[in-house]
Design a protein around this ligand. Structure first.
Ligand SMILES: NC(=O)c1ccc[n+]([C@@H]2O[C@H](COP(=O)([O-])OP(=O)(O)OC[C@H]3O[C@@H](n4cnc5c(N)ncnc54)[C@H](O)[C@@H]3O)[C@@H](O)[C@H]2O)c1
Length: 246
């Protein structure tokens, strides 16, 4: 079960962090992977691609044309696309009273607009044969967390966008789901988790008592990308150690 042999997967923002672990997990299950990454971090994507036997593709999800070009490059390199993982994301923690238009746009452009237009470009290629789209949302799209006005808004948007796309694209057999992780140690969360008081507060809110790992997220993505998840669409799979169950 959960094999992905012969599948071609594109993972955005996969030069490091969760994306890299997701790419490794998909490759380990037999998929051929394309790693999308910002041009200034393309060397990270190239090293991931070398390690996983895949290809690296420059990508800035904030630019619709870049997403479209990247999908075309994936088609050229892999001969098709069966799985898209919309993983690229940023956060700019700020008190709601201080959020600037620039910070709001930076987060929404990457975390919501980028997810939609990358999905659109991929779905235009998938609609003949079907496919899988997995959006990396966050538990912070389900619950509020201080200093994350833009991030919580974007991730909540991703969760409902996931439902809408699942409905619209079901006739094409494109299944659209999301994974919503709790806090996981990556460069994105380094500042938050290095504050001992905040780290303790976060741990106290996770009933299982520990942070998630990149492999926990990769496992959820592998399931949603697999044939075994063929009846699952429009769903958001929380990987949150029970945070939202409280
Ligand atoms: N780490 C966590 O605790 C956590 C929890 C819930 C959700 N998430 C989500 O998981 C995803 C990955 O997060 P991470 O922790 O690995 O972060 P990270 O910062 O380590 O990695 C994010 C990657 O996305 C890339 N990226 C950023 N902007 C991009 C753009 N415009 N175009 C293409 N690539 C871009 C970055 O270069 C980087 O490689 C994000 O969507 C994040 O919101 C993370």
């Amino acid at each position: 079960m959960f094999r992905l042999d012969g599948k071609r997967a594109f993972i955005t923002g996969a030069g490091r962090g969760l994306g890299r672990a997701i790419a490794a997990g998909l490759a380990e299950r037999g998929a051929r992977v394309a790693i999308g990454e910002l041009p200034e971090r393309l060397s990270d994507a190239e090293s991931a691609a070398r390690e996983l036997g895949g290809v690296a593709v420059p990508l800035d999800v904030r630019q619709i044309a870049s997403a479209q070009t990247a999908i075309a490059q994936v088609l050229e390199a892999l001969g098709g696309i069966d799985i898209l993982v919309n993983n690229a994301g940023v956060n700019r923690p700020q008190d709601a009273l201080d959020v600037t238009e620039e910070a709001w746009d930076a987060v929404l452009d990457t975390d919501l607009k980028g997810v939609f237009f990358t999905a659109q470009a991929a779905a235009r290629q998938m609609r003949q044969r079907g496919g899988r789209i997995v959006n990396i949302a966050s538990q912070n799209g389900v619950v509020g967390f201080p200093k994350r006005a833009a991030y919580c808004s974007a991730k909540a948007g991703v969760i409902n966008l996931t439902r809408l796309l699942a409905l619209e694209w079901a006739p094409y057999r494109i299944l659209v789901n999301a994974v919503a992780p709790t806090f996981i140690e990556t460069e994105l969360t380094a500042v938050t988790l290095s504050d001992p008081a905040l780290r303790d507060e976060i741990l106290s809110r996770i009933p299982l008592g520990h942070l998630g790992t990149p492999d926990d997220v990769a496992a959820a993505v592998i399931f949603l990308a697999s044939d075994e998840a063929r009846m699952v669409t429009g769903h958001t799979l929380l990987v949150d150690g029970g945070w939202v169950a409280r």
